[in-house]
Design a protein around this ligand. Structure first.
Ligand SMILES: Cc1cc2nc3c(=O)[nH]c(=O)nc-3n(C[C@H](O)[C@H](O)[C@H](O)COP(=O)(O)OP(=O)(O)OC[C@H]3O[C@@H](n4cnc5c(N)ncnc54)[C@H](O)[C@@H]3O)c2cc1C
Length: 281
């Protein structure tokens, strides 16, 4: 069936009101870079769509050490976000300008792996997401947002409206490895954030993309890093532990076997970069 109704709410109240009224039969569309191709190919057949472009969720603000990013902010806007260079890098490695001009930060949290490049960086930065319904709002850490492949903890009547990102202290690193240098799906994506005190790691975040059902934290590898110096032996152990704990998959881009091996290499490189040793092996 062709799309019967395309709603263009002009405010958040109107948008969550439409969600409450129509429920899951209403397809939410932000930039449409994922949803539109599926509709055009007949894979997705919604009869009602709600476009978010006029809701006013595209502002970015910085205050109290937090960058608040409206859910429909484009990936292109992230390229200009000097407050958090890792997000600039991640946005630059996501698709091509044409897609970045349409695709949104919020939308990037819903795409299945190997996409979700910005989501991996946001996870390493301890981002939180604001979820709003006609009944109220709640803030959920991104680490608790995904519940499985293409599933999240969002209720059917909730809309993701904002991503809140603490400006990181310490060191960050972001590496995406694909078959081409740019405009390519990920074989693996690694985003890391480390805070050290007197040469000893006091906080470690290691987020991985394309090696699980959604962006994942390498919790065991983070534990290896905390309390240690970033010496070669620790970095090698952390990379091995991250690769062993990952759940890569095989697709047209790469095999599970290759992803796991490249994950170890790229975690090692990201950590070496932060330790000031170049990119390691
Ligand atoms: C050619 C091509 C190349 C690509 N390359 C990459 C790449 O290299 N890296 C990468 O990460 N991605 C890539 N993508 C995927 C995609 O473009 C981006 O991930 C983009 O950020 C998706 O955002 P969108 O606003 O267009 O999503 P949409 O298509 O509008 O929506 C995607 C999903 O998110 C849901 N959704 C969106 N916003 C909200 C919200 N605020 N609240 C609730 N639900 C919402 C929608 O209901 C839908 O299920 C590529 C896509 C294409 C077509």
């Amino acid at each position: 069936m062709a799309v019967q109704t395309y709603f263009t709410p002009q405010s958040l109240d109107e948008a969550v009101g439409l969600l409450a009224e129509h429920g899951p039969s209403l397809l939410v569309m932000a930039g449409g870079t994922v949803t539109m191709p599926l509709i055009n190919e007949g894979i997705s057949t919604p009869d009602q769509i709600m476009g978010l472009k006029q809701v006013g969720l595209d502002a970015v603000s910085v205050g109290n050490g937090i960058v608040s990013i409206g859910a429909t902010t484009t990936l292109t806007s992230m390229v200009a976000l000097s407050a958090i260079p890792m997000l600039q890098e991640a946005a630059t490695s996501t698709a091509a300008w044409t897609i970045r001009n349409m695709g949104t930060v919020g939308g990037n949290l819903f795409v299945p792996p190997p996409a979700g490049d910005l989501a991996v960086a946001l996870l390493a930065l301890d981002a939180q997401v604001k979820l709003v319904s006609s009944g109220g709002e709640r803030v959920v850490p991104l680490a608790q947002f995904w519940s499985g492949w293409m599933s999240t903890v969002m209720a059917e009547d909730e809309l993701l409206t904002e991503i809140q990102v603490p400006i990181p202290e310490g060191e960050t690193a972001y590496l995406k490895y694909g078959r081409k240098h740019a405009n390519t799906p990920a074989i693996v994506t690694v985003a890391a954030h480390i805070v050290s005190d007197g040469g000893i790691v006091s906080k470690a975040r290691l987020a991985l993309g394309a090696v699980g059902p959604h962006p994942i934290r390498a919790i065991e590898a983070e534990a290896v890093l905390v309390g240690s110096s970033l010496d070669k032996a620790t970095l090698a152990t952390a990379a091995t532990v991250a690769a062993d704990a990952s759940e890569p998959f095989t697709d047209a881009v790469a095999s599970e076997w290759y992803r796991r091996r490249m994950l170890k290499v790229y975690v090692g490189r990201a950590l070496s970069q932060m330790a000031g040793e170049g990119e390691g092996d």
